[in-house]
Write a protein that binds this ligand. Structure first.
Ligand code: 13P
Length: 251
């Protein structure tokens, strides 16, 4: 059966020292707790090696927020999937809307990133979601379908089965506008139906699909109560250990 997962995406926040402190706080809050979901934190690259030491032996999994679309070599400023893996991280967010929007990451680039993450034994947390204009035109299903087709539906079934999806409607990210739990459920069920068409019912049922976009301690329980919402990818609310813990407790 698929896993429930609560993942924090720190984005470009926290100095190294603050990040270590936050990871330590989260670890302490979770120690000895009976959890009904997996917990992941995604940190900036420079935090990974240090935070990896902090979370070692705990229930917390570690993710990068991005990886390079090339294996290695003369790509100044880039960080490869292999380097990420060497820090102890085991997940990698790929295709976040901020990467697509501000850094021009297109379907082809993201396809390469997913392949490299998988080759290096990192679990991709692959993000998809529509802009407000697209939802207003009621073409959100088409948009999300194309994002899947363009970057992950090329994978063989055994590789696709390693992927975690995160539906993040762009209009809900950092805006305080959350998708209603019905909107989230509808989209997640649609995504699962596409996976079933492509890879069969079993893989579809086993794929974790997280919701992201202004998910917070007040709305998490309602969102997670929906049958196809298998957890959350949390931005702002993951920067405070207490809030993040409350979201984890929503399960
Ligand atoms: P917020 O929770 O801050 O809206 O961010 C969501 C997100 O983009 C997580 O990846």
């Amino acid at each position: 059966m698929r896993k429930n997962i609560v993942a924090g995406n720190w984005k470009m926040n926290k100095t190294l020292q603050q990040g270590i402190e936050l990871a330590d706080e989260i670890k302490n809050l979770l120690t000895g707790q009976k959890l009904r979901c997996e917990v992941v934190i995604a940190t900036p690259f420079i935090h990974l090696a240090s935070v990896s030491e902090v979370v070692k032996g705990s229930v917390i999994g570690l993710a990068a927020e991005n990886c390079a679309d090339r294996f290695s070599g003369a790509f100044t400023g880039e960080v490869s999937a292999e380097m990420i893996k060497s820090t102890g991280a085991t997940y990698c967010i790929i295709g976040h809307s901020e990467r697509r929007t501000y850094y021009g990451e297109n379907f082809e680039i993201l396809k390469n990133k997913v392949l490299l993450a998988l080759e290096n034994d990192l679990k991709p947390i692959f993000c998809i979601g529509e802009y407000l204009e697209e939802r207003k035109k009621n073409i959100q299903n088409e948009v999300v379908g194309k994002q899947l087709d363009g970057s992950v539906f090329n994978l063989a079934a055994e590789d696709f089965a390693k992927i975690i999806l995160a539906y993040e409607p762009v209009w809900a990210i950092g805006t305080g506008l959350t998708a209603t739990s019905e909107q989230a459920q509808q989209m997640h069920a649609f995504i699962r139906s596409l996976i079933a068409e492509k890879y069969g019912k079993e893989i579809a049922e086993n794929t974790s699909i997280l919701y992201g976009g202004s998910c917070n301690p007040a709305n998490a329980a309602e969102l997670f109560s929906k049958p196809d919402v298998d957890g959350g990818l949390i931005g702002g609310a993951s920067l405070k250990a207490g809030d993040f813990k409350t979201i984890i407790d929503a399960f």
